[in-house]
Design a protein around this ligand. Sequence first.
Ligand code: SAM
Length: 259
Amino acid sequence: MLSYQHHYHAGNPADVHKHALLAWTLDYLVQKDKPMTYIETHAGRGLYDLGDEAALKTGEAAKGISVLEQSFAPDHPYRQRLDDVRFKYGPMAYPGSPLIAAMTLRETDTIHLAELHPGENEILAEHLTQWDAHIYKQDGFKLAQALCPPTPRRGMLLVDPSYEVKAEYDSIPKDFAKIARKWNVGILALWYPLLTSGSHGPMLAALTEAFPDALRHEVRFPPVREDHRMIGSGMFIVNPPYGLAGHAAEITKLFASKG
Ligand code: SAM
């Protein structure tokens, strides 16, 4: 039974980190006049209302996007997607990763999104109706295994689990390796939390051993609430595009300046 719902956490510091790197990478990919594929294994609902009860209850966006946004240059792809979403849906709207992808990609590109939670899946389908995205109510890793290597072969995968099932820390390196074997040219990105418990450590050690050339980028921030165990956000990216490491270093400075 899935209980995690991202609308309690949308726009928090981890979302800013993940979505800024995602928007930059997708923007890089669409510069080339060749079609691409975007696959996401854990899509969420695609669009969030930072003024809804759930978001206000946790107040996580107030520690994330609200303080960090102005540090991004106005022409940063993440700022541009924020502007696009607010223009279309109102000032409190916040884009999830599927909407960042849908608003960046072109008609010639292909989008595949898995979301297992029935309610979230239904809302995702509503939010994405205007885009020609393929939406699946199934396990994201199984979907990725079935689709890879995708057509077109150029493109990226985002894996953004909620880590509700603790066994995911063990299974993710294996799942990631299987996908990488099938899609050796894909940009494969995994988001993970930095936890006070250090539970993410063995998973990262296994990933780093399997993918020594991957980009591992982490930012640290104060917990969004007193009892919160997440003290930072990480992205592990296999086949990172040219320039992403330099861009990630800028994001490090941006978070440090607000820390
Ligand atoms: N990637 C989204 C974003 O940045 O906007 C947020 C995704 S949220 C962290 C994780 C989502 O994965 C939740 O909506 C949850 O219902 C869904 N989920 C959990 N286990 C899943 C699975 N095995 N396959 C697909 N979706 C799953």
